[in-house]
Design a protein around this ligand. Structure first.
Ligand SMILES: C[S@@+](CC[C@H](N)C(=O)[O-])C[C@H]1O[C@@H](n2cnc3c(N)ncnc32)[C@H](O)[C@@H]1O
Length: 263
């Protein structure tokens, strides 16, 4: 049975610690923004003559940022024609294709930018070998991948994997990609865990994350209504996508970025 003293203790402590937490928030490092990922590209010395491949570009948002910041030629590539159409409409060179068979000749690219898509492919080693083939000897990869961590409970894991139809290897976490990087022959020149900084940043800046959390709450509360309109498969997918940021904030998922060089 809970002792009344413990309740008094807890809530007194809470009130006392509010200014301490405020101070710690002010004293600890502010979270970096997703845009800061582009700083990793700076040392590569890209310029107007360089070729960048944005592998799994979706609508080309990052391809445009890369073009703007480094002035290089960027090829946005995605397997979804509608995403490629959206990228092309914004003026980016874009092609429909599979990262496992890049439509460029060997040793042509200076950078493969691969953000948040490796977890979609059945074999990360095959994708990394294809990046290797496409890159010049001086080329590099910026690779950013989300993984499940041991903090993700078995039931949450099962539901997430089923909803996203995630490849089996993904359950092995970052170790699988660490091994694939070595097996593909790349040198790791930088690696770090990024999460949950970008999600913290989005919360502090009032980005889309608040709406995602509201949707997550609503689709749980009004499950029958959402499920009957969307169907169970799409309901589960939306739930997984909306739970992505909270999972990153809670350390149930983590994102890692690597900079890889051929030599
Ligand atoms: C989570 S989104 C990330 C989009 C973008 N890179 C970003 O960071 O915002 C994953 C993208 O990878 C694409 N994709 C998945 N598998 C692919 C493959 N085998 N080849 C090319 N694109 C693929 C999807 O269509 C989707 O646009």
């Amino acid at each position: 049975m809970r002792k009344p003293d413990s309740v008094v203790d807890q809530f007194t402590g809470f009130l006392e610690l509010v200014p301490v937490v405020d101070r710690l928030m002010a004293e600890t490092a502010a979270p970096r923004s997703p845009e800061d990922l582009l700083d990793l590209v700076e040392p590569l010395g890209l310029g107007p003559g360089s070729l960048v491949v944005d592998a799994g570009s979706y609508d080309g948002g990052w391809a445009r940022r890369l073009e703007k910041r480094f002035g290089s030629e960027v090829l946005a590539l995605d397997v979804v024609p509608a995403a490629v159409g959206a990228a092309a409409q914004s003026g980016t060179r874009a092609v429909t294709g599979d990262v496992q068979r890049l439509p460029i000749r060997a040793a042509a690219a200076d950078l493969v930018w691969c953000r948040d898509m490796l977890s979609c492919v059945p074999d990360p080693l095959a994708a990394l070998r294809e990046f290797w083939r496409a890159l010049k000897s001086t080329g590099a990869v910026v690779l950013y991948v989300a993984f499940p961590t041991p903090e993700l409970e078995p039931k949450e894991r099962e539901r997430l994997f089923k909803a996203l139809d995630a490849p089996e290897w993904w359950a092995g976490g970052r170790a699988v990609v660490d091994d694939a990087i070595v097996d593909a022959g790349f040198q790791v020149v930088h690696h770090e865990q990024v999460s949950p900084e970008h999600q913290e940043r989005a919360l502090l800046d009032g980005g889309d994350i608040a709406r995602e959390l509201a949707i997550l709450g609503r689709i749980q509360r009004e499950r029958a209504r959402f499920e009957s309109e969307m169907g169970i498969i799409w309901y589960e997918r939306w739930r997984a996508w909306m739970a992505w940021a909270p999972y990153l904030l809670l350390g149930k998922l983590q994102t890692v970025v690597w900079v890889l060089r051929k030599a």
